[in-house]
Design a protein around this ligand. Structure first.
Ligand code: M6R
Length: 622
């Protein structure tokens, strides 16, 4: 949610900042802007709409040469996405420029106090107040103060409430950019005589792999001569903790595909294999990435809550089936945005599993903190190393999906499901519910899944054809599933909503007759995620009946069924075949055709597959 870049060094700031914004655009694309410091003045260009509009503006009206710059791509919160509300925002004398991600909750009070002094605000944003306050604070500090801008920002941060990442420059401080963060992401990059700030590492991955973690309530100064300094909001200096980014620059490029989403779908067999690799020992012990929990802690668990949002919550729903079946520990899945408001009952024997691709989703982070306050143990499943959710958890299992750029999650989803299976197996093993040899059988089944996903990907042409020719113009598509197929149906519907802007709903197939079946009319496409006939036969039999029920009411049935399942054939207008795999692992193959279908429909409708309207990749506001 909003992408931020800051740069000081020896290169042209415009080039570095625009390259960073290009890579961060997936975080928000309502507007974009850039500021550079040159000859004692700030120079700003900003434009509503996608980054391409800013690029066009810069072609018509180039910025002066500068080695100090910052930029922003916006996902609008306060004020509509127009030129006026685009970041950076300037202070009243035009000396301070601010870009911001998050929400400043006390902005109305701050705004009124500025207005009562006769300061006219030029935008509708909460951000602009920060520029004016920093201007004031800067002017109050002696001009010979070596870190005058940093100190001014520190004083202002103490007055702000809410969540924010700020990046700030001053016309009188060339060679310096200040970043500050509270509950919103910011990382620093350490190059050779050049320094970077970014919402995530993709902002500077083209220049350096060396990154510095920034914690909550910290301020980071990047200065062309002094390098990187980090202080707390209390002014105390903080020791730098660095890490090396382990994905390469090419991961952030499309690699010949039309869309990042297509590339990410294609990467799924490797992602499943990578997430499994080296994680389970022969005796069923799991190798977690960061563990601040003992086996004793795992043995003491009496209840599990999974908290997550969107696609990650569907991974959590799938996990619930595996966790309860394999470990016999009660497990609930909760939307993170609802969790803390219903006063859940938690204690030291509760394990809360927070699932997040970005590791920055504010709803999930706040739910996690609520659980921590109640002394629950927290285990994060996350794709982004060093992000806030894993840092605030007691243990972490990183999904190894690599950077996911398309706003619609695909490969991270499959990686999350695999990570959940690993945790479930570990719990089962530590608690003695499953023997080592039983765990080993499931691990072998898991090891076969990358090939199964590959097989699905190799047979997707009929799905693409169906999507283009029969589904793209439909008013709605319904998705049905039972057991683990239910969350897959929900995910299929979400993919279609977010990518193709179509009405799509996922239902538990048995629930349909309690109301939603009224939606089914002549020709309504109904996609059914069918369980294996080799699993529980009652499950398979029931869904065959559900297919017949919708067909009898005129539905066009599109059935995702296992190879060899002929029982569904008479009732299916289209059958999409997936290879046989154990019931609990089936989502790894059944989700893939639904991803392909949504992607193809969006492309056929001429929509932007990677950056659907109104969305952002990382949702850092509640
Ligand atoms: O980064 P997270 O996994 O915490 O994000 C959660 C959701 O915002 C995310 O899964 C969202 O639903 C995606 N757009 C789905 O494609």
């Amino acid at each position: 949610m909003c992408g931020i870049v800051g740069y000081v060094g020896s290169k042209q700031a415009q080039d570095v900042v625009m390259e960073g914004l290009r890579r961060l655009e997936y975080r928000g694309y309502d507007s974009a802007g850039i500021a550079v410091v040159s000859d004692g003045a700030l120079h700003i260009r900003k434009k509503a709409g996608k980054l391409a509009n800013l690029i066009e503006l810069l072609d018509q009206d180039p910025l002066p040469q500068s080695t100090t710059g910052m930029g922003h791509t916006r996902w609008a919160t306060h004020g509509p996405p127009n030129d006026r509300n685009a970041h950076p925002h300037l202070s009243y004398v035009g000396k301070v420029a601010v870009v911001h991600n998050g929400i400043i909750e006390n902005f109305a009070a701050l705004r009124s106090s500025l207005e009562s002094r006769g300061i006219d605000l030029a935008s509708d944003t909460d951000t602009e107040v920060v520029a004016h306050l920093v201007q004031d604070a800067f002017d109050e500090i002696a001009p010979d103060h070596e870190t005058r801008l940093r100190e001014a920002v520190r004083r202002v941060c103490a007055r702000l409430e809410g969540a924010f990442t700020l990046v700030i420059s001053h016309a009188d401080a060339p060679g310096t950019i200040i970043g500050a963060r509270r509950n919103s992401p910011l990382v620093a990059g350490l190059g050779d005589g050049e320094y970077f700030l970014g919402s995530d590492v993709s902002a500077f991955i083209a220049h350096t792999r060396e990154a510095i973690e920034l914690g909550q309530d910290q301020i980071c100064e990047i200065n062309a001569e002094r390098g990187i300094t980090v202080i707390g909001f209390d002014g105390g200096e903080i020791e730098l903790t660095g890490y090396t980014i382990d994905w390469d620059d090419a991961a952030a490029e499309k690699g010949g595909y039309d869309w990042f989403m297509l590339k990410e779908i294609a990467e799924q067999p490797a992602v499943v294999a990578d997430t499994l690799r080296g994680r389970l020992t022969d005796t069923g012990d799991i190798v977690l990435d960061e563990v601040r929990l003992s086996d004793e802690d795992f043995r003491d668990i009496t209840k599990i809550f999974i908290i997550a949002c969107g696609t990650s919550s569907y991974a959590g729903m799938i996990a619930k089936y595996a966790i309860e079946h394999w470990t016999r520990i009660p497990c609930e899945v909760e939307l993170a945005s609802e969790f803390r408001y219903r006063d859940p009952v938690l204690d030291r024997t509760t394990l809360v599993i927070a699932i997040s691709q970005s590791g920055e989703t504010m709803d999930t982070l706040m739910a996690l903190r609520h659980a921590k306050d109640q002394h629950a143990r927290i285990l994060a499943i996350c794709n982004t190393i060093g992000s806030t959710i894993p840092r605030e958890s007691d243990a972490v299992l990183y999904t190894r999906a690599g950077v996911e750029i398309a706003v619609a999650s695909t490969k991270a989803f499959l990686a999350q499901i695999v990570a959940c299976y690993l945790i479930a197996l570990h719990l089962a093993s530590v608690r003695g519910v499953k023997w080592g040899d039983e765990v080993a059988v499931i691990v072998d089944q898991l090891k076969a899944m990358p090939a199964a996903v590959e097989q699905v990907l190799d047979t997707m042409e009929p799905v693409r054809k169906l999507a283009r020719e029969e589904l793209a113009d439909c008013a709605q598509v319904l998705f049905l599933g039972r057991h683990v197929g239910f969350p897959v149906a929900l995910e299929g519907a979400l993919k279609l909503k977010e990518l193709a802007y179509m009405h799509a709903e996922g239902f538990a197939a048995g629930e349909l007759k309690h109301g939603p079946i009224a939606l089914v009319g002549d020709g309504t496409p109904v996609v059914v995620v069918c369980p294996s006939p080799l699993g529980r036969d009652t499950l398979h039999g029931k869904i065959v009946s559900n297919i017949q029920e919708v067909r009898a009411r005129g539905a066009k049935t599109i059935v995702i069924a296992e190879a060899g399942d002929e029982e569904v054939t008479p009732y299916a207008d289209h059958v999409i075949r997936v290879p046989h795999c154990p019931t609990l692992l089936a989502p790894l193959v059944t989700a893939v055709p639904l991803q392909v279908m949504a992607c193809e429909i969006a492309a056929a409708k001429g929509l932007d597959v990677d950056q659907p309207r109104n969305l952002a990749k990382s949702v850092t506001v509640e």
